[in-house]
Design a protein around this ligand. Structure first.
Ligand SMILES: Cc1ncc(COP(=O)(O)O)c(C=O)c1O
Length: 343
């Protein structure tokens, strides 16, 4: 199978597995795990923040960050299509008691004007706006990246308004590589940032959350409350350390494969794809002929050995990653062409 459903489907490489097996471990709830401590130190530097915390997932990292910045009844500003709004089971509302003031950005990227417009007035009737949350890369907007200048402008505004700027950086390493900047440059403009190790970076489990020391101590307690305090987590942290060392620069390869895929898809009759819109490793495409035809395509591709996701009635997503080679892209394109020819 060529699995293009997500970059979360990767298996650890032999080198990563060796690093995991050699890990020195301890009980991380007692802060005794040297590998977790080393990962947290490395991740803090990588994300340009004083401290970091290792968590099981991106979802837990986002809800932990939101809870650490807010009190129940407060408000967070986010794009309508952001992962926290669409795909985190309402955790921001249930666990943190937050209101999401969503804004509809055509390209998924918040602007200072949009934030100003969505911020609540200091008025006894209204919740207090506390956090601005941005997603980089933005999944549902097609894997697009925030230009550094935009984050800088948001930083200036949130500072002036006394709001926390949280970056859901599930694919921040992809954004950094695509934009030719370091993750640190992005991270230090934010008050907190996440990075998923289990997506493009190829780890089996894990996300790091970075921020100031007092924020990370609050986050540590919240993680424990959510059941995310792990014990000999150093085996997983060792995979993270390996990934930060060996799997960041290579993301450029995934991006090149994604462009190749989009260019090929754009040439298949009945498929609508825009190669110019592909900035990182996510390729979204529409299938002409409506939802039934799109479902049919996905089913046919599966029988042909290629897996993609359907994210809307006629909207499909293919994701390149560590376990996808150029030859797989070529094979996937042949499978799409064949499937679209069938009546
Ligand atoms: C942008 C974004 N944020 C957060 C997450 C959540 O990560 P996890 O699946 O590890 O909970 C994802 C997962 O796909 C994501 O794409």
């Amino acid at each position: 199978m060529i699995d293009l459903r997500s970059d979360t489907v990767t298996r650890p490489t032999p080198g990563m597995l060796r690093a995991m097996m050699r890990a020195r471990v301890g009980d991380d709830v007692f802060r005794d795990d040297p590998s977790v401590c080393a990962l947290e130190e490395r991740a803090a530097a990588f994300l340009g923040q004083p401290r970091a915390l290792f968590l099981p997932s991106g979802t837990m990292a986002n809800v932990t960050a939101l809870k650490a910045w807010t009190q129940p009844g407060e408000a967070v500003i986010a794009d309508r299509r952001s992962h926290t709004v669409r795909y985190e089971v309402g955790g921001g509302a249930v666990i943190c008691g937050l209101m999401f003031d969503t804004v509809d950005m055509p390209d998924g990227l918040l602007t200072p004007e949009a934030v100003r417009g969505a911020a609540r007035a200091p008025d006894v009737h209204q919740p207090v706006t506390r956090v601005v949350q941005i997603e980089n890369t933005h999944n549902l907007a097609g894997g697009v990246c925030y230009p550094l200048a935009r984050v800088r402008a948001l930083r200036r505004l949130t500072r002036a308004m006394g709001l926390a700027l949280h970056m859901d950086g599930a694919r921040l390493a992809n954004a950094a590589v695509a934009q030719g900047v370091s993750a640190q440059e992005y991270g230090r403009l934010c008050d907190s940032a996440t990075l998923c190790l289990s997506k493009g970076l190829g780890c089996p489990v894990g996300t790091v959350l970075a921020g100031p020391a007092d924020f990370i101590e609050r986050a540590r307690r919240i993680r424990k409350m959510l059941g995310g305090g792990m014990r000999q987590a150093g085996y997983l942290a060792a995979a993270g350390l390996y990934a930060l060392r060996y799997h960041v620069e290579r993301l450029a390869e995934d991006h090149a494969h994604a462009r190749l895929l989009a260019e090929g898809l754009a040439g298949v009759p009945g498929i609508e794809a825009d190669p110019a819109a592909v900035q990182t490793n996510l390729v979204f495409f529409r299938v002409a002929g409506g939802p039934a035809r799109a479902t049919e395509l996905v089913t046919r591709l599966k029988s042909g050995g290629v897996l993609v996701s359907l994210l809307g009635p006629d909207l499909a997503r293919a994701v390149t990653h560590l376990d996808v080679r150029r030859a797989d892209i070529e094979k996937a394109l042949r499978a799409v062409t064949r499937a679209m020819r069938q009546r």
